[in-house]
Design a protein. Structure first.
Length: 430
């Protein structure tokens, strides 16, 4: 008997899969009011769910527990299952048990969704079918299809932690910087989680500019390539050219995305396509036409000739620094909107960048007092929430751009970064 632990999006997809396979299962959730409870009951009226205060007795006659990524493996119920020698698996294990097409796995602290979509666009432009899933929105088991050439999966460290059976055609770690340290005891443990994506992978692609030091011949970075299997960059006469080994590919000016972080994303995607023998003219055309995803340095509109830019996805300091530096080349007088729930990371480097490159900061939400004290500047304005921050920004004079790049999680006011970004767009336009 399989026990499904957690009835979020992943848990419901697991139940769908098990029901189709006619495999008996039970369901538990440790929340007193699971948000998708009614959806589950409507879809599976014959399945009993135990939720709220769950007990060890629910593990009787269970041989496997399928855990949703949001549940910490240190959870008491999970630990009880481990002590009973019950296998703990994730939806990725079930996915790999039946998948029959090559799988490309993408992880990293920042840039995962952008690179995932870049790779899928490039594959599709070669008259192949790429299916996107994982942490980007569609649960992996809901992606299963007989008519697929490649699966392109964005994976979080949480998903990797619970997956025992991985076999990627291509695995890539885009970068590793401090994040989710409320869940991991140290940065080293977080790093180990990310690097586990390379286990049993056929092609292992590394970021040559990062310091996670994994041995591989395949890599990308912002420097001149040192090997034929490296993708990189060369600067000449104030232009940047992308290279595959010593082969010139194209000028970075031909890209629609901006910023060195996006050039690095492009290089990583090129490296992936090369490893599956699809680095074609069609792939490069798709890459040149690729535009920014929502909530990632996304230009919204101009209000009184001031550009408003949505970077709600910047839930940590590194992502926020990347956004500030990316738009700093285009806009001189920048107003930064920052705040939310602090991450367990050092904000000092972020503060120094902000003090140099930002004209005014409007801090909002739960972390506003901390950020105001940290920045130690007269040009710091406090707002209770994001709406008030946007309204204040509209009254400021002599500014060129307003950037929402919070460097914090959204959970004090919004369910996720997407909801925060959507609210920002609404506040800007009203």
């Amino acid at each position: 008997m399989i026990l499904v632990y957690g009835i979020g999006m992943t848990g419901i997809s697991v139940c769908n899969f098990l029901q189709k396979k006619q495999h008996p299962f039970r369901v538990v959730d440790n929340r007193t009011n699971p948000p998708l409870l009614k959806d589950f009951q409507n879809k599976f009226p014959e399945i009993t769910i135990d939720y709220g205060a769950i007990t060890q007795s629910l593990l009787d006659d269970i041989d496997k527990v399928v855990v949703s990524p949001g549940i910490d493996l240190n959870d008491k119920f999970i630990q009880s299952a481990i002590k009973k020698n019950i296998k703990i698996i994730g939806d990725m294990d079930l996915f790999f048990s039946v998948v029959n097409a090559p799988v490309i796995g993408i992880t990293g602290t920042n840039g995962k969704s952008t690179v995932t979509m870049m790779i899928a666009d490039m594959i599709n432009n070669n008259n192949k079918k790429a299916v996107v899933g994982g942490n980007i929105g569609t649960a992996v088991l809901d992606c299963l299809d007989d008519d697929v050439d490649f699966y392109v999966l964005e994976l979080s460290s949480y998903q990797l932690d619970i997956t025992k059976r991985m076999k990627f055609e291509v695995a890539i770690v885009l970068n590793i910087t401090p994040d989710h340290l409320e869940r991991y005891p140290s940065l080293n443990e977080y790093k180990k989680s990310k690097l586990s994506i390379y286990d049993n992978a056929k092609h292992k692609i590394i970021n040559l500019d990062d310091n996670y030091q994994y041995p591989s011949e395949l890599g990308f970075g912002l420097k001149i390539p040192q090997k034929p299997t490296h993708f990189g960059l060369v600067e000449c006469h104030n232009n940047q050219y992308l290279l595959a080994g010593d082969k010139l590919l194209f000028n970075s000016n031909e890209l629609k995305v901006i910023g060195n972080h996006n050039i690095q994303n492009v290089l990583s995607a090129l490296c992936v396509l090369n490893s599956i023998n699809l680095l074609t003219t069609q792939s490069i055309t798709a890459l040149k036409n690729f535009t920014t995803l929502a909530h990632r340095i996304q230009f919204i509109c101009k209000v009184n000739n001031v550009a408003y830019i949505n970077d709600s996805k910047a839930t940590n300091t590194i992502a926020s620094i990347v956004a500030i530096e990316a738009i700093n080349n285009k806009y001189k007088n920048i107003v930064l909107l920052a705040g939310g729930v602090l991450k367990k990371e050092d904000y000092q480097k972020w503060a120094k960048i902000v003090q140099i490159k930002v004209k005014t900061v409007i801090v909002f939400g739960e972390s506003r007092e901390f950020l105001k004290t940290l920045l130690k500047d007269d040009n710091i304005i406090q707002a209770k929430n994001l709406k008030e921050a946007v309204n204040i920004s509209k009254k400021l004079q002599d500014i060129d751009a307003v950037l929402l790049s919070p460097a914090c999680a959204s959970f004090d006011e919004f369910a996720n970064f997407e909801k925060r970004g959507e609210a920002f767009i609404n506040y800007v336009k009203t």
